[in-house]
Design a protein around this ligand. Structure first.
Ligand code: ADP
Ligand code: MG
Length: 242
């Protein structure tokens, strides 16, 4: 049997004295789409940040495709694990296509021509062909987030992390970003997604993970967590979201 794509094994993390993650264990097989939910401050962002080593862990291990992420070069890890942030994290002084080509040139070592070709194709995939030469300030929030997704996808990641990708968007712009994410899930991308969009979870998630106070309280297929949760805390939390 092959290794899971992502193996999070008994992970502990703290900021100084404050313990944040307390023994988190879960696995992701290829093509899994896991949605991580939980109250504000429960450790969701920290969990994602541990996976691409923006934050170090205190104990436990995280393996990607059989290798501890601590045995991988950080640049190589971040190429293999794409991340999409709530606030887009685009470079304001670069156009959409320049935001995408930057990593292709710096990390993958593509020539300018190769990078532009790949970035143009990737922007077209997220429906932004016409916006390639626009600056972030000229784009809507939904378009900015699609540039953020294109930038991560252009690196051919094995795994995509999304940290509340639609939380900063006006309601009417959320749908276009979720649609890109659903297409990506349908194409078989492995995705770990922090979101409050339970419609997305019901449609696209293989599993929902409920994190509370740094502990993984419960995980299972969406229908199980929504309709028949094992824990009262899960039921109470999800009933507030839906
Ligand atoms: P969530 O994403 O679920 O809202 P976070 O992972 O952002 O939760 O935060 C979990 C806990 O860690 C919170 O108590 C938060 O205040 C704390 N925390 C997050 N980032 C930092 C940091 N850089 N330094 C210190 N404490 C932090
Ligand atoms: Mg967060």
């Amino acid at each position: 049997m092959s290794d899971p794509l992502l193996d999070v094994d008994d992970v502990y993390q703290s900021y100084g004295e404050e313990s944040v993650l307390e023994g988190i264990t879960f696995e992701m097989e290829r093509q899994d789409v896991k949605v991580l939910v939980g109250p504000s401050g429960s450790g969701k962002s920290t969990m994602l940040r541990c996976v691409n080593r923006l934050t170090d862990i205190d104990d436990g291990d995280i393996c990607l495709d059989g290798d501890s992420i601590y045995d991988l070069d950080a640049d190589e890890l971040r190429r293999q694990v794409g991340m999409v942030f709530q606030d887009f994290n685009l470079f304001a002084h670069l156009t959409a296509i320049e935001n995408v080509t930057l990593g292709l040139k710096r990390v993958l070592g593509l020539s300018e021509r190769e990078a532009v070709e790949k970035a143009a194709w990737q922007l077209e995939e997220v429906g932004l062909r016409e916006q390639a030469n626009s600056y972030p300030a000229e784009l809507s929030g939904g378009q900015k987030q699609r540039v953020g997704i294109a930038r991560a996808l252009a690196m051919d990641p094995k795994l995509m992390l999304f940290d509340e990708p639609t939380s900063a968007l006006d309601p009417e712009l959320i749908g276009e970003v979720l649609e890109v994410m659903r297409d990506l899930a349908d194409e078989g991308m492995t995705m770990l997604v922090v979101t409050h969009e339970m419609g997305f979870a019901k449609q696209a998630a293989t599993d929902v993970l409920f994190l509370d106070d740094g502990k993984l309280v419960e995980q299972g297929p969406p229908e199980q967590l929504f309709e028949n949760p094992e824990h009262d805390r899960t039921a109470a939390f999800l009933s507030r979201l839906t």
